[in-house]
Design a protein around this ligand. Structure first.
Ligand code: ADP
Ligand code: MG
Length: 229
């Protein structure tokens, strides 16, 4: 297990081509410690989502280096990228729950990408994580019958149920009230302490900043501040 499960070196990124080609990331260098909670901040359009998707192997690395769990992502084979993505947990703004599946079934989707496994144990794991997120009495609800905050917590449960080594979260608490937002981040912090899970999270929520081990601020695709509060 590498001590820095996420590393970038001289990372640049461009969108568009020809005259429309525009640089969105400029010389990003970072080294994220195992088990830590890092918060990415910065104004809209500063590159937070782009950086998260590059780390998440969801976008081609064009220039510079991204290393995830000890593997170089740039130029890696599709098979390697798939196996890396399976070790990550994603919580994105649009929570993308399946409307025809219950909360429990949606959480089970977080295990199905891994294939195999004992269905009874998987169900128990899904229930356990839903309970931890305060959704014990909502297990069998369809997303249409859940509030925005409850749906967001189902998406968090789906990301966590497979015990990912890295969690990448894009404003996971935006739809949550103060208490559930705090609970979600507390849970991520506990996972960091207990299992060494590394979290990188985009948030603007000032109440969460104090829980971070590290705060990286982007502006116009550049790191403009990097602090360990
Ligand atoms: N798919 C895309 N095509 C073209 N430009 C993009 C695309 N995605 C992001 N950008 C541009 O890259 C910059 C960073 O965007 P983004 O990473 O979404 O910022 P943030 O998440 O901080 O709001 C912005 O200027 C945005 O317009
Ligand atoms: Mg964004």
């Amino acid at each position: 297990m590498p001590d820095a499960p996420i590393k970038t070196l001289g990372l640049n990124h461009f969108f568009g081509s020809g005259d429309a080609r525009k640089q969105a990331m400029f010389d990003i260098n970072m080294d994220i410690t195992r088990g830590s909670l890092t918060i990415l901040m910065g104004p809209s359009g500063s590159g937070k989502t782009t950086l998260l998707t590059l780390i998440g192997c969801l976008r081609d690395v064009q220039d510079g280096s991204v290393q995830v769990l000890g593997q170089e992502v740039r130029g890696a084979s599709e098979a390697m990228l798939v196996s890396l993505r399976r070790r990550l947990g994603f919580i994105f703004q649009a929570h993308n729950l399946h409307e025809s599946l219950t909360a429990t079934q949606n959480v089970l989707m977080g295990l199905q990408v891994h294939g195999g496994g004992d269905p009874v144990r998987q169900r128990t794991a899904a229930h356990h994580i839903l309970d931890l997120l305060g959704l014990a009495d909502r297990r069998d609800y369809l997303p249409g019958n859940l509030s925005g905050g409850q749906k967001q917590r189902v998406a968090v449960a789906r990301a966590l149920v497979s015990n990912p080594e890295i969690i990448l979260a894009d404003e996971p608490t935006a739809a949550l009230d103060k208490e559930s937002g705090h609970n979600v981040v507390k849970m991520l912090k506990t996972l960091g302490d207990k299992r060494g899970t590394t979290t990188v999270m985009v948030t603007h929520d000032p109440r969460i900043l104090e829980m971070a081990d590290r705060i990286i601020t982007l502006e116009d695709g550049r790191i403009v501040s990097d602090t360990h509060p």
